[in-house]
Design a binder for this molecule. Sequence first.
Ligand SMILES: Nc1ncnc2c1ncn2[C@@H]1O[C@H](COP(=O)(O)OP(=O)(O)OP(=O)(O)O)[C@@H](O)[C@H]1O
Ligand SMILES: [Mg+2]
Length: 267
Amino acid sequence: MAKRVAVGNNKGGVGKTTTVVRLAEALAKRGCRVLVVDLDPQGNASRRLGWTFDKDAPQLTISEAIRADEPGAAAQVIQPIGWEVEYADRIALCPARLELENRMSEAGVVGAHRRLAKALDGADGHFDYTLIDCPPSLFHLTQLGMAAADVAVAVTSPEYDAVEAAIRYRDFIANRAADLSNPGLELVGVVVNGLQAQLGSHAFQRDGLRETFGPLVWDPIVPRRSVVFDVDESALPLADFKADKAPEVRAVYELLAERFVKAVPAE
Ligand SMILES: Nc1ncnc2c1ncn2[C@@H]1O[C@H](COP(=O)(O)OP(=O)(O)OP(=O)(O)O)[C@@H](O)[C@H]1O
Ligand SMILES: [Mg+2]
């Protein structure tokens, strides 16, 4: 059984997708089989993993798997990613496109919050991890991710609004997991991303995060580095990237993957 991990925050642009993509890469490098579920109609994880939509032979996406309301429906939409490194075949993708927005209208339908869980049941058993990249909201799409997940991880930048939004994500899980038919769901980690340690405000928020979340804050903290932005822009794995800071950033994500595996042991 894959361990399913919902990655979220109620704030946009804090590095949720970056974390999902780089953790998927680092976990695959360690030998894990990882399914990335892109649950954001922006489709950023899909693009950054090198997936492209073929309008002449349109691929199915996670939207169709959710709409199907059938156990195992996600199996029909799992696809290879577009990277060429040798470990890329250990990563697979349920891609997303803007069409995923249409699933929002199902929010009021009885049992709709369980549709992703249903779609994944029987479809992701051959992976070690299913990483679910949630949009920056706590509404229906994120709730689909929470209902499907075994555990939740927050990603935040060390900035006031992002930290508050991570707290809202944590509290929403604590207060609503049972309503989402997933009473055991718990926040097991907080990834702090984009630290500029020379900024007093970042150092202040980093220390505050440790006070607020205690040992849930995972080390290492991911620094702000242009290479992180550049690999995302180029839709490439870090392995291929020839930039000054690439080895430093690779090492950070390898350590973060180690921390992840400790907090979320594969079965
Ligand atoms: N550590 C970092 N250093 C430099 N750039 C980063 C870092 N982390 C993320 N970025 C860049 O910041 C931007 C926002 O990151 P990302 O898209 O992953 O955030 P997000 O939380 O998924 O956003 P959204 O809420 O819109 O889905 C991207 O351009 C990404 O490449
Ligand atoms: Mg994102």
